[in-house]
Ligand binder design. Sequence first.
Ligand code: SF4
Length: 278
Amino acid sequence: MSPDSEPSKTLSVEESAGAALAAQKAMGLDKEGIPLVGGARVADPPLEPTPEFLAELQRESEALENETPQAILKWAVDRYAPKFTMATAFGPEGMTIIHMLAEIAPETPIFNLETGYQFEETMQLRERVRERYGVTVEYKYPKMSVEEFEKENGGPVYLTDPNRCCFERKLRVLHEAARGWHAWASAIRRDQSEDRAKAPIVGWDKKFQLVKISPLANWTKQQVWSLIMKEGIPYNPLHDRGYPSIGCQPCTRSVMAGEDERAGRWSGFQKTECGLHN
Ligand code: SF4
């Protein structure tokens, strides 16, 4: 299927939500997607979002509001390593953070959700990161291969129910991958979407029970690209072909001039996020 192909058949919002909830229950998550063990929410090791801890995070976030991304990352490493990690889809913001971490703390574990549907160009970027920084981004895989998943579901799930497909091939994997950490870096920028506009520099990620640090929250797209060009940071060549935001190949199309930078994601569906950041 080409990146520009339009999905043909959709489930209703209710059907889609019901299927996602059933899948969450089946894997031992509550309705907010938080792991349950014996009916209790867990994090390993537990990091309790007590009112005092949340207030502390808010204070730290406000104190870091005008700091550089590098200073924010340095703070995150000092405070949370070796329980500090990063998930990346190799977008320009993620590449910027990888570049900064390679200077500040190259031992920081970084992983990618390898859904089996990523662009070849994205996979190649992982190799370029290894060559440039000596950093191996670890792939985290869903339990089922693409073939097994599509066979079990009678075809590609992204065509009919991208929410469930993202849940099965990204969120489910991410929940597993998030266990055992205290904090992670996020590459979101506040000006990317309404959903992201209120992201704090440091906040509690309720869904994954981790401290979420967004060093680029205050940066603009232009600042990100200026640094990429200045430092020669590797980036996905699809960005030069009209793809400002890149996810899985079947759910990403190029955008036209004037379109929102995330308009090419899940085009044809009322979906703008994979569920990782909202
Ligand atoms: S982006 Fe598309 S192919 Fe990738 S996990 Fe989500 S729905 Fe599936």
